[in-house]
Write a protein that binds this ligand. Structure first.
Ligand SMILES: CC(=O)SCCNC(=O)CCNC(=O)[C@H](O)C(C)(C)COP(=O)(O)OP(=O)(O)OC[C@H]1O[C@@H](n2cnc3c(N)ncnc32)[C@H](O)[C@@H]1OP(=O)(O)O
Ligand SMILES: N[C@@H](CCO)C(=O)O
Length: 380
């Protein structure tokens, strides 16, 4: 068995961050430019990634976990310097857990265009300054092409399982369609075959919020010492409402005031304070330029583009597949997962994650997700 640090990587790879446990957090840099679907190329793109467990000598036990819009490669593990919260699916990965690290080698990259170690608008561009607004337009297919490069570098010919939710589910689906021979099993959560008009519409308002911020400067703000925090915070407030359900917000907050604040004289309702909190939290950990690039990439998601339509594209999937949606998800409603399950010949009937939390249910209901992972890997 190879430990992650023994996985042979090309010379361009190295320690992700000084002080990190050796081998667990790394980055991989492609030496050649990555050709992009929309035209042009990205020189020397870098993907940050984390791993758990050990790659088996026959390299048959690798699992790819793909994060959602503001997620990152820290899927499991405790809070640590630079990452003040535990992994976002911590309950899923570790000895004895659904992705049992005594058996599986789990790999989680930070998406291309992101801001937690992978190349994105905040990274240095060809001139040596930040890419900023000059960062090229990316699609999900470009992001998966970069992930396929990483898999090649790790010597992983095929994934025993590819799993992702929301934006991560889009990339998981793209993996299974563009690389069916490399994807043995597939778990798609709270995602769709193509970004819908309403999903694009919500993203549009968020993009306008960021671009309307006077500190946006066409995306060229990274060197100014100021960032479009108001715009990004506004985008997060709006997005967060779409990520949760109306009954949850009503039961949780109702019309209550925040502490001693009086909404009739400049104070806030509790739900307003809650949104302020999530906005402030995202602004502290996320780059507005990445938010724009990733939102546009999500808008570009259309699995049937150039492939003869959705049905023809989905028919390419050969992986054992489970598709699941959250019953209270108003952003990626269960009808979209039903479409996926109906179109993928190797998919079982769509599953339902029962949750009052809306779209975020795929992150919060980790036990239900773990049951789906177990079923895919070990049978019902
Ligand atoms: C560096 C990092 O942090 S990396 C984080 C990685 N992030 C991701 O992977 C993105 C995906 N994650 C998410 O989107 C979110 O974190 C989720 C979906 C997991 C959060 O879901 P939940 O656990 O249901 O959190 P919930 O929506 O209840 O919010 C809880 C927070 O709101 C705060 N809050 C609750 N009510 C109020 C209120 N009235 N006023 C102000 N704040 C409030 C809580 O104190 C808590 O704060 P904390 O998160 O700072 O501890
Ligand atoms: N709340 C999650 C879900 C988005 O699909 C995130 O911020 O990534």
């Amino acid at each position: 068995m190879l430990t992650p640090s023994q996985v042979p990587l090309p010379p361009a790879s190295g320690a992700w961050r000084e002080g990190d446990p050796p081998g667990r957090r790394q980055w991989y840099e492609r030496e050649r430019p990555l050709p992009l679907e929309a035209g042009g190329e990205l020189p020397r793109p870098r993907l940050a990634f984390e791993t758990w467990g050990r790659l088996a000598p026959d390299r048959s036990n690798a699992v790819l976990v793909l994060h959602a819009l503001t997620g990152d490669s820290h899927v499991a593990g405790p809070a640590e310097p630079g990452h003040p919260t535990p992994g976002w699916w911590d309950e899923l990965i570790g000895p004895g857990r659904a992705l049992d690290t005594d058996r599986w080698f789990v790999v989680a990259p930070n998406v291309l265009g992101g801001c937690q170690g992978s190349t994105g608008p905040a990274s240095p561009g060809p001139s040596g300054r930040h890419w900023g607004g000059g960062f090229p337009y990316l699609t999900q297919r470009d992001q998966v092409a970069a992930e396929a490069d990483l898999a090649d570098a790790l010597g992983i010919d095929r994934w025993a399982l590819v799993v992702g939710g929301s934006m991560g589910g889009m990339r998981a689906l793209e993996w299974a369609v563009s690389h069916p021979e490399r994807t043995d099993a597939l778990l798609l959560l709270a995602t769709s075959a193509a970004a819908s008009a309403e999903q694009i519409a919500w993203a549009n308002i968020q993009l306008h919020a960021i671009r309307s911020d006077p500190h946006w400067l066409g995306g060229h703000y990274h060197h100014t010492g100021r960032a479009p925090h108001d715009g990004l915070g506004l985008a997060r407030r709006l997005a967060h409402v779409t990520y949760r359900s109306e009954p949850e917000l009503q039961v949780r907050f109702g019309r209550s005031s925040q502490g001693a604040e009086d909404p009739w004289s400049g104070g806030r309702y509790q739900v307003e304070s809650y949104l302020d909190h999530h906005a402030a939290k995202l602004v502290r950990r996320f780059d507005a330029g990445s938010y724009v690039v990733l939102s546009e990439a999500m808008n570009s998601h259309d699995i049937g583009r150039g492939r003869g339509g959705t049905a023809a594209a989905l028919s390419r999937v050969t992986a054992r597949t489970l598709v699941a949606g959250v019953d209270s998800d108003r952003l990626y409603p269960p009808s979209q997962q039903a479409e996926l399950a109906a179109g993928i010949g190797t998919a079982d009937a769509p599953r339902v994650i029962e949750s009052p939390y809306g779209h975020d249910g795929f992150l919060i209901e980790a036990e239900q997700v773990a049951a789906l992972v177990r079923e895919l890997l070990h049978g019902p």
